[in-house]
Structure formats: C-alpha cells, structure tokens
Write a protein that binds this ligand. Structure first.
Ligand SMILES: Nc1ncnc2c1ncn2[C@@H]1O[C@H](COP(=O)(O)OP(=O)(O)OP(=O)(O)O)[C@@H](O)[C@H]1O
Ligand SMILES: [Mg+2]
Length: 367
C-alpha cells in the first residue's frame, strides 16, 4: 500500500465512513446543450457513443461537476449554464448518498442528502474521480500551471487539509504580489513572508511526496500501454530552493525588479521525460497521450491505495492517435474494478473487452 500520509505534512486521511461508491444516476437540467437528461451508468464500464457535438463531453463534465464541484473544462461556471437560461442544476446518487448542486450567475447551492450545505467538505468526501480528456495532453505540452493543477487535483482528493493550505497560499501570495506591484515599503511586504513560508513549505512537502508516490505507478502504466517500449521519468522541480525562507530572502532584488514573488510553490513544475528525452520536445503524439494516460492511471491507483477503492474514472475520447495495439493495452491497463465511463465516437476497440452498458447519444437523448 502506498504511503497513507504523504510527507507527514497532514494528518492521515479522515475516516469519514463514506467510502467512495459508484454513481448510479446523474440528472442534468439546463446544463450545456441539454434541457434535461437522465444518465444511469453501470457499476463497471459504461460507454457513451455518439457523433461530434452531441453532448458526450458535457455528460462526463456534469458527472465531474456533480462529484467534485469543479469542471475540468472551465473555471467559469457560467459557461456550463445552457445558453439563454439563468441557472443549471445537477443531481445524482453515489451509493446511498444523494448529491445536488445548482449554479446560477454568481451563486452556487449544494445539497447533501437533501440538506443544504454551506461548506463543501462533507459533500466532497462522498466520491473521488480521475478525469481524462484531450485537453489533458497539455500536461506534457503546456506550461507549469497545468502540471501544478494535476498535483493539486490529486492533493485535494487525497490529503486532508490540502485544499485549505492551497487556498491560504494563493490568498497570501495575491496580497504579497499586490504590495510588490504597488512598490510599497519592504516592511509591508515582509509581513506576508511568515504565512507564505509556513504554508508554502507544507505544499512543497506534500507535492514532493505525491510525486514520489505516483511516479512508480505511472512508470508501470506507461510500460504497460507502450508494450515495454517506453520508459517514463517524472521529477518534481520545486519553485524555490530549500529552505523556502532563504530562497525568498535571496530573491529580494529580483522581486523588486519584477514586482512579484518569484520563488515559491506557485512556480513548482514536473519534469517529464520519456526514454531519457524531454517529453514535450521529443515524444510523438501517441507517446504524449500514453504519458498523460499513465499519469491519470497513477492518480487513480494512488487514490485507490488510500481509500481501498478506485475513484470513478471519467475518460473522454481517450484513444486519439493511439494505434490498435496501444489502445488494447490501454484498456487492459485501466483499473479493472473501477467504475469507468468512456465517451467515444466509435466502438470498434471494444471487442474482447467487457463493457457493461453502451448508450447511443443523438439529438439530446440517450438510448
Ligand atoms: N452553455 C451552453 N449552452 C448551449 N450549448 C452549449 C453550451 N456549451 C456547449 N454547448 C454545445 O453543446 C454541444 C455539445 O458539446 P460537447 O462538447 O459535449 O459535444 P461532444 O459530443 O463531446 O462532441 P465531440 O465528439 O466533438 O467532442 C456543442 O454543440 C456545443 O456547442
Ligand atoms: Mg467531446
């Protein structure tokens, strides 16, 4: 079993009594292109098959938002609201829990088991997910912020207190940067150093431990998908030297010149290489996809080791440029006992792989 307590930076995961269970129903109302839709996935593998622009990704997004209150497609909830409507609403069942959320312009309401929730902690403890979509290819090709988001998504779902630490760090950083930008006296900036250092050190410790935990899992998955052709390496590159306090003090001149905080976990990154070469520069399209899928499988395996059950896998259009052999090996590499929802435009890869439910999506209806 993987380390239950990355870096001992936080307490061990809280036993909430809410072991992650399967989604049995997702209801969408005024969400993206749907007026109303009811989706009932099976406990094993479910496929949603449909042509382009039918709403496949929107259904997966709805499941993700319902469970994690976060869209992997947008940070602006208004975009999820069906054009011309004032609000969108989602509800559904995960095991014996009932979840409901509603997003309007500028407001959000949550209900857990029919009780309004002013905080999201209990609501978010119901289920965990791992998401993959084409936009995740940015994990290899994009900037450091994408890789930090990947670590944060995992941290929030696996380390109690991580979400608060992240929020505190971001808030302190914003205040400190505002002072630097305005060119305020140094003593005013220094007042934010202790809180920034305290919570920043925690983030570095946890992220380092998370990368240590998922790297061997990602390597195994990558070897599996590539048929042992590709060796993956993932290295955590902190955005400051340790100790953070010294790194911050040493960057004073640069900070004053650039008018922002230049060292800290907001500059953390991951160095991803394949067969000894920097993946973003040298990997092929198929290899990019394999690396990202391997990282996502590693995320799922790590969550499984902590919670004794794999998270729900939401896989949007996973095959892309993968050749038939890689596709087959990918399906075999997915955690077999995870509830998995896959969207696809074609089903010809499915032969020989157990699929429990197949839905056709056309003209706003599942059949
Ligand atoms: N807020 C919104 N209101 C109304 N329609 C929307 C909204 N957001 C997206 N759409 C539309 O929803 C439709 C379905 O989009 P979605 O991305 O879910 O399709 P898809 O089946 O995944 O397509 P593809 O196979 O091309 O990925 C698109 O026509 C899109 O323009
Ligand atoms: Mg899509």
């Amino acid at each position: 079993m993987a380390n239950r307590n990355p870096g001992n930076a936080f307490d061990a995961p809280r036993e909430t009594g809410r072991i992650p269970r399967v989604i049995t129903e997702v209801r969408l109302r005024h969400f993206r292109c749907f007026d109303a839709l009811d989706f009932q996935p099976g406990p094993g593998r479910t496929c949603i098959v449909g042509q382009n622009a039918q709403g496949k990704t929107s259904i997966l997004e709805a499941a993700c938002v319902l469970l994690r209150l976060q869209s992997p497609r947008t940070s602006t909830p208004v975009e999820m609201i069906q054009a011309g409507q004032a609000a969108c609403a989602l509800e559904g069942r995960v095991g014996d829990s009932h979840l409901a959320c509603r997003f309007a312009h500028g407001s959000r309401e949550l209900m857990l088991d029919s009780k309004p929730q002013s905080r999201s902690d209990d609501y978010l403890s119901v289920a965990r997910i791992t998401w993959f979509a084409n936009s995740d290819l940015e994990l290899v090709k994009g900037g450091g912020s994408v890789r930090r988001r990947f670590l944060d998504f995992l941290g929030v779902q696996s380390v109690p207190g991580y979400r608060k630490a992240l929020r505190d760090y971001e808030r302190t950083l914003r205040s400190r940067n505002a002072l630097l930008k305005e060119g305020r006296p140094r003593r005013e900036v220094l007042a934010f150093d202790s809180p920034l250092i305290e919570v920043g050190e925690v983030l570095v410790k946890v992220r380092r431990a998370l990368v240590q935990a998922i790297t061997p899992l990602a390597q195994t998955a990558c070897t599996g998908i590539s048929g042992a052709a590709d060796a993956l390496s993932v290295v955590y590159v902190p955005g400051c030297a340790e100790p953070f306090a010294e790194s911050l003090a040493a960057s004073r001149g640069e900070e004053e010149r650039l008018r922002q905080t230049v060292r800290g976990p907001h500059r953390d990154d991951l160095e991803i290489s394949l067969n000894g070469l920097k993946a973003s520069a040298f990997a092929s399209e198929g290899q990019h996809r394999s690396i990202v899928l391997a990282l996502k499988i590693a995320q799922a395996r790590h969550l499984e080791s902590l919670h004794e059950k794999p998270p729900v896998l939401l896989l949007d259009d996973i095959f892309g440029e993968l050749d038939a052999a890689r596709r087959n090996r990918l399906i075999s590499s997915l955690p077999a006992d995870a509830q998995t929802i896959i969207t696809t435009t074609f089903l010809d890869w499915a032969e020989g792989h157990p699929i429990e439910k197949v839905f056709q999506l056309a003209e706003g209806r599942l059949s």
